[in-house]
Design a binder for this molecule. Structure first.
Ligand code: PRE
Length: 365
């Protein structure tokens, strides 16, 4: 390196040091401000103080993305602010979030993407348990998978909404990359068994048919569980994501083996309180219809008439009797808006039962 390059580098590093000090001071001021917000909330809120405010967090992140001057990408910048807010919230009141475990699942990755790394994530062994943990108040929030772009809806999650009083308070979408993972004892040319969650095996079906047509595919309760199994078996591999690979110290024999390159999963954040409007929201409802001709048409007509954008319609058999159905519907807008109120009142008149599962900010990250 020449003397003048050396000097230029030193000057730039001085500039970075001085900027870091300013950033440090500003982040500390922001954290102090969040502590004051907590005091105000506590003074106003009796015992039921809501520290976590998803609608405000969505607004903060959207504004950051709008104002971002570059050269950092908007999403990258929002991720940094996501972590700053997560740390500020932890100062106010650490948030505990149940997720479909064990440690290392995509659901945990979704929880950390949504709440940031200062949240305390608590693994549960089944989707029902995540619901129960939130309903009992043992944790404030839960994260459950609801649909995958390749394999469709996760029925177990939808069914849990039928008999719970949970509110949906957010959504987060995660790009899902699957890898074929092996341990240091695996005989790579002798793999005869591949463990993974049934959904992941399905998402890699074509790749498995092409590369391991004779290996036994064993469905287990989660990808992280599959990664755990592999550690003890010399002839086995697992299909799982990056987090599970790191957690169980496995190496990638093949990367990104999912059949669809844009494979992604949508997760819902569940809690026990309704969420105010953020300016860009979605509402999820559950509707039971009497089994008669034109029922679905009648149900959807108000949305069409009012120009409300439906983002998802799913049908599930009702638990109350054979050949009765319930519809899970997501639409753009908050249930407090005049338009949504009108649509919901029309739907309520036509339906046997209508349950509003929640209005929540559209996923930002
Ligand atoms: O605005 C609030 O209500 C805050 O508590 C502050 C803050 C933040 O750091 O910006 C922190 C946590 C909330 O979830 C939302 C925002």
């Amino acid at each position: 390196m020449t003397v003048s390059t050396e000097k230029e580098l030193l000057n730039l590093r001085d500039e970075i040091d001085s900027l870091d000090q300013q950033i440090l001071k500003l982040i500390s001021q922001r954290a102090t401000c969040a502590q004051r917000v907590a005091d105000v909330k506590m003074a106003a809120g009796a015992d039921n103080t809501q520290f976590y405010r998803p609608e405000r967090e969505a607004q903060v992140l959207r504004k950051i993305m709008d104002l971002n001057p570059g050269p950092l990408d908007g999403e990258e910048m929002a991720r940094l602010f996501r972590e700053i807010m997560s740390a500020c919230l932890a100062l106010e009141n650490p948030v505990r979030v149940a997720f479909l475990g064990p440690e290392g699942t995509f659901t945990q990755e979704a929880a950390l993407k949504h709440f940031g790394h200062s949240a305390v994530t608590v693994p549960m062994s089944a989707i029902d348990e995540v619901f129960r943990e939130v309903e009992s108040g043992a944790v404030a929030y839960g994260v459950v998978p609801v649909e995958n772009s390749t394999e469709g809806v996760i029925n177990h999650t939808l069914d849990n909404f039928m008999d719970s009083n949970i509110h949906i308070c957010g959504e987060v979408v995660l790009r899902i990359h699957h890898h074929l993972l092996v341990s240091d004892v695996t005989r790579k040319d002798k793999i005869s068994r591949i463990y993974s969650h049934a959904q992941s095996l399905a998402q890699c079906r074509k790749w498995l048919d092409a590369h391991y047509p004779n290996a036994e595919r064993v469905a287990v309760s989660s990808n992280a569980e599959a990664a755990k199994f592999v550690r003890g078996e010399w002839n086995a591999a697992a299909i799982a994501g990056e987090t599970a690979a790191d957690m169980y110290e496995l190496s990638k024999l093949s990367e990104k083996i999912e059949d669809q390159p844009d494979n992604s999963t949508r997760f819902l954040i569940i809690g026990s309180h309704p969420i105010p409007a953020s300016g860009d929201d979605k509402t999820s409802i559950l509707v039971s219809m009497r089994n008669q001709p034109g029922a679905l048409h009648d149900l959807l007509e108000p949305f069409h008439r009012l120009g409300i954008d439906l983002t998802r319609v799913e049908t599930r058999p009702s638990k109350s009797g054979a050949w009765n159905y319930v519809f899970f519907i997501d639409f753009k807008g908050h249930s407090d808006s005049d338009m949504a109120k009108e649509a919901l009142s029309d739907v309520a008149e036509r339906a046997a039962d209508l349950k509003i599962l929640g209005s929540y900010p559209c996923g930002v990250l």
